[in-house]
Design a protein around this ligand. Structure first.
Ligand SMILES: NC(=O)c1ccc[n+]([C@@H]2O[C@H](COP(=O)([O-])OP(=O)(O)OC[C@H]3O[C@@H](n4cnc5c(N)ncnc54)[C@H](O)[C@@H]3O)[C@@H](O)[C@H]2O)c1
Length: 360
């Protein structure tokens, strides 16, 4: 079954379509508002699995397109690949009525979105997310970005797509680590703003890739929550920061270990553990609720990595949410209820993470 919700942003409102036939629905939409030249952007793995199918859908809809394939992984979110995309689109004579279609996970979505927002000062853009992370989080809300060695997502734009079309059946070919990485972002949404969603995840006996999770419900509930936040605060001047729960420390860990060592969601799991422990100290998160939240996070496997020696402090201070030397952290006072707190010394997050692991 296919369902749809809307991200309400006035003239720039757009649908999120979830379920079987979502890609065909995109073709129907494009046929009703034909673009000029389109660029289908994907990575090597997604391209080999699903590129042919999407190209056929575009051909059948009469959409003239070129295919641009980037390597898998975080390294493609770089100036080098942004330049490659822009140059290929220029060589193909894409004009202002051009369209960028992102087919892939958060990496492809962030990179392709950045290209769509900057090439010719902005061409049309749609998202076909293929990872759970991209479906529950990154394809919705219009954040685009690339990394530089100094930090993750430090260069980027806000640029909403015209539509998000999530064909959930493609999640069947995800690697297990990518499944759990996406689930981490769903748990983030549950912990920081939706207690009922948390109870649903908690009560699912096996939320692994072979388990009994109702994945359409997960994607739709996460997207409804995110759409609601984005509607109120599109450019992250306040409420939208709630989506960074677990990310301040998570991003610092990712950058300090080197991009690609951990999946994004794995680093976010570690970041959420630190944030939960600090929430007990600073926001009165009851111990029982802390244990309940940790029990769900502990069901998501994270590879063990040594965290000694890296300069997390530098990366923490460089966080985009830092202002006036202070790092703004998202904590929770109860499951589903967030609070924003300024941290004079961001190293307390790493200390809290270590205490959460040690059980002290
Ligand atoms: N823009 C935002 O609001 C936002 C929010 C959260 C995260 N992000 C970004 O998202 C990125 C992480 O996204 P991700 O976890 O999707 O990573 P990813 O895009 O690297 O995808 C993970 C892996 O899964 C493979 N893959 C994708 N779809 C597949 C499928 N259906 N079957 C088999 N393999 C498939 C890819 O080839 C890749 O190797 C990070 O860069 C993060 O910063 C952005």
């Amino acid at each position: 079954m296919r369902r749809s919700i809307s991200v309400d942003l006035g003239e720039r409102s757009y649908p999120i379509v979830v379920g079987e036939g979502a890609w065909e629905e995109m073709a129907g939409y494009l046929a009703s508002r034909p673009p000029g030249k389109a660029a289908l952007v994907t990575d090597e793995r997604v391209g080999s699995l699903y590129g042919g199918r999407v190209r056929k859908i575009l051909d059948d809809a009469g959409i003239d397109h070129l295919l641009i394939t980037v390597p898998r992984g975080e390294k493609s979110k770089s100036f080098r690949y942004l330049e490659l995309l822009c140059r290929e689109m220029a060589v193909a004579d894409m004009a202002r009525d051009g369209l960028v279609i992102a087919l892939g996970g958060g990496v492809v979505g962030d990179l392709a979105g950045m290209a769509a927002s900057t090439f010719l000062r902005g061409v049309r853009f749609v998202q076909l997310p293929t990872t759970l992370l991209a479906m529950v989080d990154s394809s919705v809300g219009g954040k685009t970005g690339i990394n530089i060695p100094e930090g993750k997502n430090l260069v980027g734009t806000f640029y909403q797509p015209e539509g998000v079309y999530a064909q959930t059946a493609v999640l069947g070919t995800l690697e297990e680590r990518d499944w759990y990485s996406g689930l981490a972002e769903a748990v983030k949404i549950a912990l920081s703003m939706d207690a009922e969603f948390f109870s649903f995840l908690e009560s699912t006996a096996d939320f692994g890739p072979e388990g009994d999770l109702d994945i359409s419900r997960v994607v739709l509930t996460a997207c409804e929550n995110k759409a609601n936040v984005v509607r109120q605060d599109e450019r992250e001047s306040g409420l939208r920061r709630v989506l960074n729960f677990g990310h301040t420390l998570g991003h610092a860990i990712e950058a300090a270990l080197g991009y690609g060592t951990l999946r994004h969601g794995e680093a976010v799991i570690m970041g959420m553990k630190g944030a939960l422990r600090l929430s007990m100290d600073r926001c009165g998160l009851p111990k029982e609720r802390y244990r309940q939240a940790m029990a769900v996070l502990d069901r998501i496997p994270v590879p063990s990595v040594g965290l000694g020696g890296e300069d997390f402090g530098t990366f923490l201070r460089r966080d985009k949410k830092a202002a006036g030397g202070k790092v703004q952290a998202v904590l929770i006072r109860d499951i589903g209820y967030h609070e924003f707190t300024d941290l004079e010394n961001p190293a307390v997050l790493m200390d809290a993470y270590e205490r959460s692991i040690a059980g002290t």
